[in-house]
Write a protein that binds this ligand. Sequence first.
Ligand code: ZN
Length: 231
Amino acid sequence: MEQKALIIIGSPGSGKGTQANLLSEKFGLYHLRSSRIVGRIIEKAEPGSFIEVEGKKYYFEEQKQLSESGKLWDPPFLTYFIEEKTRQLHKQGEGIVFDGAVRTMYEGERVIPLLKQLYGADNIKVIYLEITEDEAIFRNSHRRECELARHPVLYSQETVKLTKCQLDGSKLIERKDDSPEVIKVRLKEFKDRTMPLLKLFEKQGLIVDKINGSPSPANVFKSILKALGEK
Ligand SMILES: [Zn+2]
């Protein structure tokens, strides 16, 4: 069977992680969370260490500061790791659902041609989860995650009283990048740097399915399956 490469695009709080997780379970795809892959590398990096891409040095400490302030990682820095992981997964015969990757023009101009080469244009699908800015702010400022595995806990009447992760019992905490000032920066980054990608994808011959991200996760998932031609 040919493997798929699904790309989920959406503003902070649009539910990318939740939907990527559901898609990963349903189709047996590798859930490629850039925050996890790059975040881990950054946490483990020795002081003063860097990678060099196209003759320029990218220091891990600087990248860490960028993301803590709500800015995207420098595209060449992120793309380096995304390409590496993509090649490795393809070699293992795995399909991928991208969550928080392909967020800038630079990345799109490099990662999409690579995906076309490895997976074939017909097997690449882009899902754009649309929510309003007010909703994005509300969701980001009310969600939590567990300390141990970063399991996301969305805000609802059922979850508001929870203090521990229902999967592993660890404490629920707020994400560092969910403070009001940081959320503002993240939303602006999305508008300025990720939104232009939608045009690029079209130019690259990819179909972008726009999905209303406001309903419950289960209903959004249904719409995505429909858009993918699945049940
Ligand atoms: Zn957990």
